[in-house]
Design a protein around this ligand. Structure first.
Ligand SMILES: [Fe+2]
Length: 245
């Protein structure tokens, strides 16, 4: 009986360590990871948290399938193949690598950070939107937006302007500092706000692969479509977590 309890306790601790912050990492915000493991050695593509066609008519299922099963899968495959060259990285969570890049050998740092960022950013994206999303922000995140941007409409305008001003491939983020001050920022390629110790609240992919099949050159329509599926519940959890750091 004692032995069984010991195993149960060990399993519980393992789950906690995998799903929570390690070395000050931002966790995927209290939403349990669906992956069987968060460690590099056994990491696999996380399933989407909803069906591929459930974001229609805002985001089409063809784009979602390619984006998730081909593009993000390629990031996972490339990342795993790169980290397997370094046995010391295999027992580490890929998010830890984004916070603690000193542990990566110099010759592979850029490549590993690119792929780890690609995985983190896409996992964060799939949770930043939801078939049940949209509407106005409420609760703490709603109050913060009203206070800092004067209105949700002003906030949306600034977000859209910033997104359209990004030249090349990258991401737009709403981030918070430890005191709950919000900012709208962009990152290039697969960079993440984590490396600057900022707390991501929401993100939107601005790479062409995220929208071109449906929206072609109408990037502004794609950016605006975000408001119909944005996941404010996820944003609220992330915002509250930002204060805990
Ligand atoms: Fe993408």
């Amino acid at each position: 009986m004692k032995k069984q309890l010991k195993y149960l306790l060990g399993f519980f601790l393992f789950i906690v360590i995998c799903s929570e912050t390690v070395y000050g990492l931002t966790p995927l915000n209290n939403i349990p990871k669906s992956n069987s493991s968060c460690l590099n050695s056994t990491y696999t593509l996380e399933p989407l948290p909803y069906s591929q066609d459930s974001l229609e008519p805002y985001w089409d299922s063809d784009t979602i399938v390619i984006h998730h099963e081909k593009i993000e899968q390629a990031y996972v495959d490339n990342y795993i193949s790169e980290v397997r060259r370094y046995p010391e990285l295999e027992s580490i969570d890929f998010e830890e690598i984004l916070h603690n890049s000193k542990i990566i050998q110099k010759e592979s740092k850029e490549t590993i950070l690119k792929y780890a960022g690609g995985i983190y950013n896409h996992n964060f994206l799939w949770r930043s939107i939801s078939p049940q999303g949209g509407g106005n922000p409420t609760a703490n995140i709603g109050d913060a937006i009203e206070t800092q941007f004067k209105s949700f409409d002003n906030f949306k305008l600034e977000f859209e302007k910033t997104a359209l001003n990004l030249c090349g491939s990258g991401w737009i983020w709403i981030v918070s500092d430890n005191k709950g001050n919000l900012s709208i920022k962009t990152t290039l390629n697969e960079d993440t706000p984590l490396v600057k110790k900022e707390h991501p609240i929401l993100c939107l992919d601005l790479w062409e692969h995220a929208y071109y099949l449906k929206y072609q050159n109408r990037k502004s329509e794609y950016v605006t479509s975000f408001w119909s599926i944005v996941n404010w519940e996820f944003a609220e959890n992330n915002y509250l977590n930002a204060f805990k750091k």
